[in-house]
Design a protein around this ligand. Structure first.
Ligand code: NOJ
Length: 744
């Protein structure tokens, strides 16, 4: 520590204001495929030249979007040669769910309810990223998402702060290893602080207005957990939170993040957030924007071009920017570079990068993660698993069934499609020679109605084979299903329909997918429906008519192999929903942890034209086992506000297959000094049980599980009350007990 401090002091004492501003500026460096249209506000030819000249003059401290190790070395050399103080560049990138080996999308990983799988997955992502020379990932996204119209729900862990915090911690550990600077690790940057998921109407980037109680009890906890786990970076949100844009929000970045939570890392703005303080109508010009952001505690500006922080010298000169704030920011950035070992080893070994990216062990981690993420939503008459000995023909239907690009999902750039296993390929490989596996696309791919911001990277828009005749294909798909023992229909959203700037006003299956599904079901052939998605879709018809439904999300590089293992029962699905699955978009937002209303007995009848319960509840997911819960007890009937009780429950697999269950504990406070949700998740454990096996699990429920932010006193409180405890396999668990908490 001492030596880091003195190294930083030494550097800062020699730096000019322009050099300081340079260290605080991060530029995009895009190398787009030929003919690409950037769609963002920059010139694709000019931009790399501008960035290279900034790098060569000490005008940039960090770059993002470079993933080729040779390029990273070239740019690093440029920086070191042009920089009289020898300060290396920090390379950041969106390693969201894998670099070369693509893991299931983050919402899927959360659906595993398995911190170990999540940690292992992100450590593979970190290993690959670090091998190519990336030092820092803009992940995890820990924004709570309660509105599935918001496309970025796919990047997070869903609606619940407790699950969200557990997933955030696992990801930070996976990315960073034991501590910041561990070998084969990268800096984790939880984002987007704060409240981004609450966008009005689910419209990406729109304003967010959250009550005090929602902010502290729901939206902050995953960030706090990520900070406590040692995250080295935090990224700002784009939008205004309760009227103050994140990029100029001193309360968020200085008072909450640093002073209250003790965050020691550095803060980066989201792309062009500092410039957009002007766009928002908050700052007068770029100099004012730079001053406000740095004074608020935003250490580094991420910019496409024309960085506002290039105006920091003027802002210092005029006194608008605080010199202490600027120095503190430079200090944090330099510290991160020192901790990551960049001064000692600025370059990357290109041969080793190739080896690491090819490591077959990484693909196994991705496949296992996909197996553990899938959620079985329906399984009438145990249609699944398929019995390979009694099935001789399988019809695999739908364009998504054999789409490599869609299998790996959004927010990936360095993927290898050749090694991606689609559902069709996975089933073919698994079914073996005796089983006929045929594919019919059935319908055209559905195009987004306006271009996606990711189109500029290429390979983002789906397309049909040449000469595709939809009517003939539709008929062929139906005929194929009719003539097969089982039909596996894959529906969902094409991956470019979800993610950043991909909000939707509807949750319907795009295009003619429902019509195709209905026609296939009508043939009478048993149907297994696979859903490829990152948000809940309107499955009302399917949930009433299709015997088996498995949510496979965007399952990643070896997703198809994982799906085949699940379909044939090599492994049992054990994932659970990380959000309440609404019946229709009109119910949105819908969360299980709502407040108790004035008329609780009618809670299920709030709309006159639709039930006000979800289609599938939060925490829900079936399995090939059958789990029974018994003997729920609390070790003591009462405790004081500082005390902890131990809840135990016996879980038995009464089915005839080994399977996983996620045992969930929910807590509800009956009365107190504020309205509390009807119940809240406060513990979970994913376990594996053999047929007939029973296990007794324990959960500790202490002050941390009971305290909450009370908007009346603007502080954390712990009320004496009666607490109900439910334990079961989803958020509707009925097995209950209770205990009392008395004043200390
Ligand atoms: C904008 C996104 O909001 C953010 O999540 C991402 O990390 C940056 N762009 C960089 O790609």
């Amino acid at each position: 520590m001492e030596t880091i401090q003195s190294q930083v002091d030494e550097l800062i004492s020699q730096m000019t204001p322009a050099e300081k501003a340079g260290q605080l500026t991060q530029y995009f460096y895009f190398r787009l495929p030929p003919g690409a249209e950037p769609g963002l506000d920059f010139d694709a030819e000019q931009q790399p030249r501008m960035v290279e000249s900034a790098v060569g003059e000490g005008g940039a401290g960090s770059l993002l979007f470079v993933t080729d190790p040779a390029e990273i070395n070239r740019l690093q050399r440029l920086a070191l040669e042009g920089n009289r103080l020898g300060i290396p560049l920090l390379f950041g990138f969106d390693v969201i769910h894998g670099l070369r080996t693509i893991l299931p999308v983050p919402i899927a990983m959360a659906a595993s309810w398995d911190p170990q799988t999540i940690e292992r997955g992100q450590s593979v992502a970190a290993r690959e990223a670090r091998a190519v020379g990336i030092h820092w990932t803009f992940a995890p996204m820990v924004d709570i998402a309660r509105d599935p119209r918001w496309g970025r729900i796919v990047e997070g862990a869903g609606e619940d702060p407790y699950l969200g915090a557990a997933v955030a911690v696992a990801q930070v550990r996976g990315f960073q290893g034991g501590e910041l600077g561990s070998p084969e690790s990268v800096i984790a940057g939880p984002k987007h602080f704060a409240g981004y998921g609450g966008a009005l109407g689910g419209r990406d980037y729109d304003e967010v207005n959250l009550s005090d109680s929602e902010l502290w009890n729901v939206y902050f906890p995953p960030f706090k957990a990520a900070v406590d786990a040692g995250a080295g970076n935090v990224m700002t949100a784009y939008m205004g939170l309760n009227g103050i844009p994140a990029g100029g929000n001193r309360w968020l970045f200085t008072e909450v993040l640093r002073e209250l939570w003790g965050f020691k890392g550095f803060v980066v703005s989201d792309a062009n957030v500092v410039r957009s303080l002007v766009t928002h109508g908050f700052a007068a010009d770029l100099t004012d924007a730079a001053a406000r952001a740095v004074n608020a505690g935003v250490d580094m500006e991420m910019a496409v071009s024309d960085a506002a922080y290039a105006h920091l010298p003027e802002a210092l000169e005029s006194g608008a920017a605080s010199p202490e704030a600027v120095d503190a920011s430079v200090r944090r950035v330099l510290e991160a570079k020192i901790r990551m070992g960049l001064f000692d080893a600025p370059y990357v070994d290109e041969d080793r990068a190739r080896e690491v990216l090819a490591d077959p062990a990484h693909r196994d981690v991705a496949r296992i993660a996909a197996e553990r993420s899938a959620v079985l939503l329906r399984n009438e008459d145990d249609l699944l698993p398929l019995d390979a000995s009694s099935v001789s023909s399988i019809a695999v239907i739908g364009p998504l069934a054999d789409s490599k690009r869609d299998t790996i999902g959004p927010w990936v750039f360095d993927f290898d499609l050749d090694e991606t296993v689609t559902v069709l390929e996975g089933i073919r490989a698994k079914a073996g020679d005796g089983v006929r596996v045929d594919h019919a696309r059935g319908i055209r791919v559905v195009q987004r109605e306006f271009p996606s911001m990711f189109d500029m990277f290429g390979r983002n828009r789906p397309s049909d084979p040449d000469g595709f005749d939809e009517e003939a294909e539709f008929q062929q798909a139906v005929d194929l299903a009719r003539g097969s023992d089982v039909a596996v229909v894959v529906v969902g959203e094409w991956q470019n329909m979800i993610g950043e700037a991909a909000s939707r006003s509807s949750l319907e299956l795009p295009g003619r997918q429902l019509e195709l599904l209905q026609a296939v079901v009508e043939t009478g052939t048993p149907v297994v429906l696979l859903v490829m998605n990152g948000r809940p879709l309107d499955l009302r018809w399917a949930a009433a008519h299709v015997p088996a439904i498995l949510d496979i999300w965007y399952p990643g590089t070896h997703g198809g192999a994982a799906v085949a293992n699940l379909l044939f029962g090599e492994v049992a699905p054990g994932g659970k929903l990380p959000f309440s699955w609404p019946r229709t978009v009109g119910q949105v937002p819908m969360v299980y942890a709502h407040a108790r209303s004035h008329e609780p007995e009618n809670q299920g009848r709030r709309y006159w034209d639709e039930a006000s319960t979800p289609l599938f509840p939060f925490g829900y997911g079936l399995s090939y086992g059958r789990f029974e819960y018994a003997n729920l007890s609390v070790d003591q009937p009462a405790t004081t506000s500082g005390g902890t009780v131990t809840v135990s429950v016996e879980v038995t697999n009464a089915g005839d297959r080994e399977a996983d269950e996620v045992v969930q504990l929910y807590l509800g406070q009956r009365y107190g000094s504020a309205l509390r949700p009807v119940r809240e998740l406060k513990g979970f454990q994913r376990i594996s049980l053999s047929p007939g096996e029973s296990r007794t699990l324990e959960f500790r429920v202490g002050p941390n599980e009971r305290r909450y932010w009370n908007a009346a006193v603007r502080d954390w409180v712990s009320d004496p009350s009666t607490f109900d405890v439910w334990v079961g396999g989803d958020s509707t668990a009925e097995l209950a007990t209770s205990f009392e908490v008395t004043q200390e």
